[in-house]
Ligand binder design. Structure first.
Ligand code: ADP
Ligand code: MG
Length: 250
């Protein structure tokens, strides 16, 4: 087996003293794409936040990233090491333009101060690919962006930031068909050109169709109950989660 990029062992995660995740084990090798599915409330977003180090989540167990224990590291340091999380509900930040936000995020990640005009050129190229209108670059981060535009802005961030592992939490929810196609296109570019690993949380096949998928995980009531290959996605879409919920109860 290739050396793991992310290796979680016996992870338990609590929020406000309520345990949400139980004994999670997860292994993602560099460049692999994993899909995480499961009923609403199963704990998928919680896992995304916990992996990213969001301070609300108390995590015990072991979490190795590139072989280094990161379970106690704050989110900004995990980002610096190459982790990226696209939120289910992206934040609006008036007064900070999308362009300056992304430029400082990329500088922070690479440790190199990016020249504004070079960055702008690079950013415009990716914005074109995602069909984000150029004036959005000057606008307050996510302010007045539609749901679809916010999701595209997250993918833009991922493509510029080039993390080693991107966790995408329902990046496809609420998108129209064109936006889904563009977002999927963006993710595919990341897969192919940046060679980055992905953990994609989703219910739908729409965004997954154009992507190469290595593993699929099913979460029920805070536990990972089943794992399979890419064909598991289609199976879930046909027959739902009943079978996996029964597994958890057994
Ligand atoms: P999913 O993303 O699979 O729909 P979540 O991870 O959002 O599920 O939620 C899993 C469970 O954890 C739910 O029962 C939810 O109510 C609870 N939960 C998540 N975040 C919090 C929080 N910040 N405070 C209290 N409960 C939470
Ligand atoms: Mg969720």
């Amino acid at each position: 087996m290739a050396e793991a990029l992310l290796q979680a062992e016996h992870l338990n995660v609590s929020v406000e003293d309520k345990q949400i995740l139980f004994d999670i084990g997860l292994n993602i090798a560099p460049g692999e794409t994993h899909v995480l599915m499961g009923p609403n409330g199963a704990g998928k977003s919680t896992l995304g936040y916990a992996l990213m180090g969001s301070p609300r989540y108390k995590t015990t167990g072991s979490l190795l990233f590139k072989g280094e224990e990161i379970v106690g590291l704050p989110a900004d340091q995990r980002a610096k090491k190459g982790m990226f999380l696209s939120f289910q509900e992206p934040l609006e930040v008036p007064g900070l333009s999308l362009e300056s936000f992304l430029r400082s995020a990329v500088s922070e990640r690479t440790g190199v101060k990016v020249r504004p005009w070079e960055f702008r050129k690079q950013m415009r190229k990716v914005m074109e690919l995602l069909e984000i209108s150029p004036e959005k670059a000057e606008r307050g981060l996510n302010v007045g962006f539609s749901g679809g535009e916010k999701k595209k802005a997250e993918i833009l961030q991922m493509l510029l930031f080039r993390p080693d592992l991107a966790i995408l939490d329902e990046t496809d929810s609420g998108l129209d068909v064109d936006a889904v196609r563009l977002v999927a296109e963006g993710i595919r570019t990341y897969q192919q050109e940046a060679g980055g690993a992905l953990l994609i949380i989703t219910h739908s096949t729409r965004i997954l169709d154009p992507l190469r998928i290595d593993r699929t995980h099913i979460m029920v009531d805070g536990s990972l109950v089943y794992e399979g290959d890419a064909s598991l996605v289609a199976k879930v879409n046909e027959s739902g989660y009943d079978e996996f919920i029964a597994m958890k109860k057994a």
